[in-house]
Design a protein around this ligand. Structure first.
Ligand code: AP5
Ligand code: MG
Length: 214
């Protein structure tokens, strides 16, 4: 099962992907998570990526495509993957077509999680991510039992550097300008499933299940 999750920042791509991996038996491939890991390690790629991420801009296509191509070579991707945050440009979508062709594979579903911009600033300013397991809490919509501590693993919760309101607004603009045209690109292949992302996390997962039939 090869799935792409498309949606604006805060739409719930990561939240929904984490609810799908065990059920579908395929990994979540999040380019954002991969860049944040590189930033933490202080690699040259991480330093370059951080400059773009802090501005709410995209990391250059050649860097992103290289990272994904390498990730696809890992054995856990043999059964498929849930792509979270990739592709984000037409160039990346075309590169993905090429990678899939080489793997003699193809896309099953492109799930678009639709949420109006008004909801997203609140979702992102309230997000608190676990340093240990990566689980995303929300101070209002999914608060941890103890402030600053992850319910799942007891790890420390932190706020992402790019979850400041001015950066969020720039990320939303980047999404509308550069990523939303991909919906049209994939519509031509008749694999797009549009989902209302404004309900509860469980409601949205229900809609995803209905849309992909699994
Ligand atoms: P990335 O990490 O992918 O960030 P993003 O696309 O901006 O999306 P987010 O992770 O912020 O949101 P999400 O949709 O995953 O929402 P979540 O589930 O956490 O990318 C970061 C940066 O890396 C980019 O800006 C770019 O610079 C770079 N980058 C990454 N990929 C790239 C690429 N392919 N090309 C170029 N550059 C790239 O939910 C958000 C919050 O809301 C959480 O707190 C959650 O608890 C809550 N929530 C979720 N669902 C609901 C719900 N239904 N109701 C109420 N609350 C909810
Ligand atoms: Mg995410």
């Amino acid at each position: 099962m090869n799935i792409i999750l498309i949606g604006p920042p805060g739409a719930g791509k990561g939240t929904q992907a984490k609810r799908m991996i065990d059920r579908l038996g395929v990994p979540q491939v999040s380019t954002g998570d991969m860049f944040r890991a590189a930033v933490k390690e202080g690699t040259p790629m991480g330093i370059k990526a951080k400059e773009c991420m802090d501005k709410g801009a995209l990391v250059p296509d050649d860097v992103v495509i290289g990272v994904v191509a390498e990730r696809f070579e890992k054995p856990d991707c043999k059964k498929g993957f849930i792509l979270d945050g990739f592709p984000r440009t037409l160039e990346q979508a075309k590169a993905l077509d090429g990678l899939l062709e080489k793997m003699e594979s193809s896309l099953d579903h492109v799930v678009v999680i639709e949420v109006p911009d008004d909801y997203l600033v609140e979702r992102l300013t309230g997000r608190r991510t676990c340093k240990g397991c990566g689980y995303m809490h929300h101070i209002a919509f999914d608060p941890p039992k103890t402030d600053g501590v992850c319910d799942k693993c007891g790890g420390e919760l932190y706020q992402r550097d790019d979850d400041q309101e001015t950066t969020i607004r720039q990320r939303l603009k980047t999404y509308h300008d550069q990523t939303s045209p991909l919906i049209d690109y994939y519509s031509k292949k008749s694999i797009v499933r549009m989902i209302d992302g404004t309900g509860s996390m469980e409601d949205v997962q229900g809609a995803v299940k209905d849309a992909i039939g699994a």
